[in-house]
Design a protein around this ligand. Sequence first.
Ligand code: DAH
Length: 340
Amino acid sequence: MLHDDIQAISAELSALHISGAEAAEQFRQTYLSKKGQITRLFERFREVAPEQRKEIGQLLNTLKQQAEGIWKEAKEKAEEEGGASSGFDASMPGYPSTVGNRHPLSLVANEIREVFARLGFTVAEGPEIEDDWHNFGALNFPEDHPARDMQDTFFVRSEKGLALRTHTSSVQIRMMEKGQPPFRMIMPGRVYRNEAISARAHCFFHQVEALYVDKNVSFADLKQTLLHFAQELFGADTKIRLRPSYFPFTEPSAEMDISCTVCGGKGCGICKYSGWVEILGCGMVHPNVLKNCNIDPEEYSGFALGMGIERIAILKYQVKDLRLFSQNDVRFLKQFSLEK
Ligand code: DAH
């Protein structure tokens, strides 16, 4: 009789003690699954005489609820207790918490800052939108100098002579205008030039400028500072070489090469088999520049230098494409160490 079978199973359920996720699942299969015992009892409901249907139907539903209650409780208890079979494996390694790292250009800029800080240089900054006077005029650029051309400079409001600064040398002027020597400072920042973007050129990049103005500053001071800087940044074996050059704001002017950091001077693809790579421009501050900032060139002299941070990063890390620095590809960016 179905009635008796229902009661027998109900009694059986009441006597059960289930513990653990596996036992809970076993229970579900035995009683509640498609082929489970309670499902089978439901199938036999068809045989029940009409006058008994109400009573048996109720009994069946109560039995099913009883079984479901037992199963749910057992399952929840197993999940609370944890354990591999609940799907939670306490022995699995956790997700590592990833920490960001500094941009390679920041790493290089910080390193440059540290080297100069040890020589007593402070850090100063100036605006990225500059007027003609600070970017060109005060720096002794003649009116018809090609750098003032639309093709090289991004003008913001050309009628007012406002442009995105093309170099950080403009900050030299801002600093000297508002103070009195001695000046011993570096000026890092972003600069802009109207160049087609390629692996070797970009419309914006970063520079660090250095300025030292005091009584009796000589070219020998410049040269020794440069040697020290190059060896601190690229290693004690690094050699430097100065080639005569021209900048409107320095006289005499020079460009500095360092012995190739990749081949050590023997010749390779990076240094185009010359053994040397150019890293910065420098010179003695032109007397006109000092005058433009109300500093007496008879009393004071100074040196200045400017370098591209990307260029140094490319040499230090052997990066082949300048565009990588601004594409924000994490796979590139996370290769640079956290230490510095
Ligand atoms: N301003 C120059 C440039 O952008 C770099 C430079 C050269 C800066 C010589 C200087 C310097 O201070 O003395 O190419």
